[in-house]
Design a protein around this ligand. Structure first.
Ligand code: NAD
Ligand code: ISE
Length: 335
């Protein structure tokens, strides 16, 4: 029997995940949805046979035929949703960020340990993107030697009205924090955030773009340009500079055309387009692992570690200068 999933939050990501579970991946179906916006929950549920609509996430989790939970509500709502899922011993795939700050993420890490077995995968989907996985595989061969520097660019067309200067770090750069930890296999120890004069196209008061420099435990440097109102497209690029060469992804060269004296290609306009394959693979891998009774993929520890780095980044944004990351000791539970 297919895995019955309750999707919590039926906004942009939740609705896309419902479509993915119903139409793209195998082995699962959506049996309940919850959104504080009742009309949204009902509209999404109406498109799925036998799917219950709720406004209360806990009621959705208690609904008939629910074996697992996909959390796609905003970051500040994740702690409550995961806590409720753990109380029912339900496996969870939680959209990034695990939570918007390290203190709440650490509470969840402690709750999962008290629960006694791992239940939660965090939605750092870049680990499933074909370009990222090929870069990771290349680095693991050792051919290029040790990564010395990682240059990353993360550009969005425009930011949502609720987006704050802090969220450029905690919501957007969170992806590069995870990618840096995953690609280098190293913890991040310090963060410096620099703020150029904001773009005239950024909403009033938003520090956009920002330039982030991260230092890792083994002495590698990772920089990130985060620019969430670039206007022209959705671009995520990464170049690793290693001892014997470099490797780079995200140039978007899948299709290059030459015509009328010019050459070029198109640029994705948002993440649902650029990372479609990554989300498909991520959700399929989560469903497959859950059906085997396993938890794979990015853990709550990865979610907490990213939040700890982002906290240091937000402090650097406010106070200026280099801020050291305060990271708890990694328990054996997450090794
Ligand atoms: P959204 O605003 O489009 O949707 C969020 C939905 O959650 C809304 O419908 C809202 O009414 C509902 N909601 C709010 N509080 C709730 C609660 N307590 N319980 C249930 N529902 C609640 O936001 P989104 O862009 O879909 O983002 C959702 C999550 O996905 C966030 O964590 C975000 O960071 C993440 N996200 C991830 C990616 C990625 O690339 N992996 C991309 C975009 C967003
Ligand atoms: C959003 O929540 C995402 O996760 C996107 O992948 C990212 O590009 C964007 O900046 C975030 O706000």
């Amino acid at each position: 029997t297919p895995l019955g999933i309750a999707v919590i939050g039926t906004g942009r990501m939740g609705t896309d995940h419902v479509r993915r579970i119903q139409e793209v991946i195998s082995g699962a179906r959506v049996t309940a949805v919850a959104d504080v916006d009742e009309a949204r929950a009902k509209a999404v549920a109406a498109r799925v046979d036998g799917c219950a609509a709720h406004t209360d996430p806990v009621a959705a989790m208690a609904s008939a035929g629910v074996d697992a939970v996909l959390v796609a509500s905003p970051g500040p709502a994740h702690e409550e949703a995961i806590t409720a899922a753990l109380a029912r011993d339900l496996p969870v795939l939680c959209e990034k960020p695990l939570t918007p700050d390290a203190a709440s993420a650490l509470r969840l890490v402690e709750a999962e340990q008290a629960h006694g077995r791992r239940r939660v995968q965090v939605g750092f989907m870049r680990r499933y993107d074909p370009e990222y996985t090929s870069l990771k595989a290349l680095l693991e061969t050792g051919q290029l030697g040790r990564p010395l520097m990682l240059h990353q660019r993360h550009r969005n067309v425009a930011s949502a009205s609720f987006f704050t200067s802090e969220m450029l770090i905690s919501d957007s750069v969170a992806h590069e924090v995870d990618a840096t930890r995953w690609l280098t296999g190293d913890e991040i120890t310090a963060v410096t955030v620099l703020r150029p004069t904001p773009s005239a196209n950024a909403p009033e008061g938003l520090a956009d773009p920002q330039f982030v420099v991260m230092e890792t435990a083994s002495g590698a440097l990772a920089d990130v340009e985060i620019f969430v109102n670039c206007g022209f497209g959705y671009q995520v690029q990464a170049e690793t500079v290693c001892e014997r060469g470099t490797a780079r992804i995200g140039d978007g060269h899948a299709l290059v055309t030459a015509m009328a004296g010019r050459w070029g290609g198109s640029i994705a306009q948002d993440w649902t387009e650029r990372f479609a394959t990554a989300y498909d693979r991520e959700v399929q891998a989560w469903v497959d692992a859950t059906r085997r009774g396993e938890v794979t993929g990015p853990s709550m520890w990865d979610g907490y570690a990213a939040a700890a780095v982002c906290d240091a980044g937000v402090r650097s944004l406010h106070e200026g200068g280099r801020v050291e990351v305060e990271l708890a000791e990694r328990p054996d539970f997450y090794r």
